[in-house]
Design a protein around this ligand. Structure first.
Ligand code: DX5
Ligand code: ZN
Length: 239
């Protein structure tokens, strides 16, 4: 991780601590024909970090993008990038994505054979190491690794597509994780991804979510700035 990336992450942490939850726009549904322009629009709309969905057509049905697009986004912005790896056998590629300049690399518990080792590899490369969990996976499966991760991303839709309906099972998981965190006096961040809208964002913020991913709610709106401001205001009012 470069020094600049470290500073960008520090700004994200400061924002979280001063103002409460932040919204990370997911680029999945954006206009990839004008990628740099989309990134610039999101940055000038006030996005403090971006969420990039890498899907391999194996772990999830859809095939999205990989290294080349992450590199292009890295060149186009200085805000932190969360790379959400929805791939089989993520251990093969975590080092690559860390070295491409992802500030946060998020890996699925369901896809890992040795979660602790993968998290330690990411940390040793200077990345924040986050664990993602799909709606059908019991939250207790994360317990043995909570001391080794910097954050958890609770999926509130089945990973694979943007624009799906929010699954409230995420609220129970967020509440469980928030309780586990205070019990252990730990400091991992709580994230949520999928189906976030003006109707659902208050619920996840009240349940403890701090890094809130929003795809369609931002990208399908005519005015990214207005959408982000509204979502963040609702999250902060509910947190
Ligand atoms: C789904 C992805 C999400 C997606 C969210 O597999 O992980 O990040 O882009 O899109 P919305 O907010 O539309 O559910
Ligand atoms: Zn995602």
């Amino acid at each position: 991780m470069t020094h600049q990336a470290g500073q960008a992450l520090d700004r994200l942490t400061t924002t979280l601590e001063a103002h409460g939850p932040v919204v990370l726009p997911a680029l999945l549904l954006c206009d990839f024909g004008h990628l740099a322009h989309e990134v610039e629009r999101l940055e000038s709309a006030g996005a403090v970090a971006l969420h990039l969905d890498v899907m391999d057509g194996q772990f999830v049905p859809q095939l999205t993008y990989g290294q080349v697009v992450i590199e292009a986004v890295r060149k186009a912005t200085r805000v932190p990038i969360e790379t959400h790896l929805m791939v089989e056998d993520p251990e093969r590629v975590i080092e690559l994505y860390a070295k491409l300049g992802s500030d946060i690399v998020t890996i699925h518990i369901e896809a890992l054979s040795d979660p602790r080792r993968a998290l330690e590899t990411l940390s040793s490369l200077g990345c924040r190491a986050h664990l993602a969990i799909s709606p059908g996976t019991p939250v207790e499966r994360l317990e043995p690794y909570l001391d080794a991760c910097d954050g958890v991303l609770v999926m509130s839709v089945e990973p694979g597509y943007g624009g799906q309906r929010f699954n409230p099972v995420a609220l129970e998981k967020l509440a469980w994780l928030a309780a586990a965190r205070s019990r252990r006096n730990a400091s991992f961040r709580l994230g949520v991804d999928g189906g976030i809208s003006t109707e659902t964002i208050g619920l996840v913020a009240a349940a403890g979510a701090e890094l809130i991913v929003a795809g369609s709610a931002v990208i399908r709106s005519a005015d990214y700035g207005r959408a982000l401001t509204e979502l963040e205001a609702l999250a902060r009012a509910a947190a």
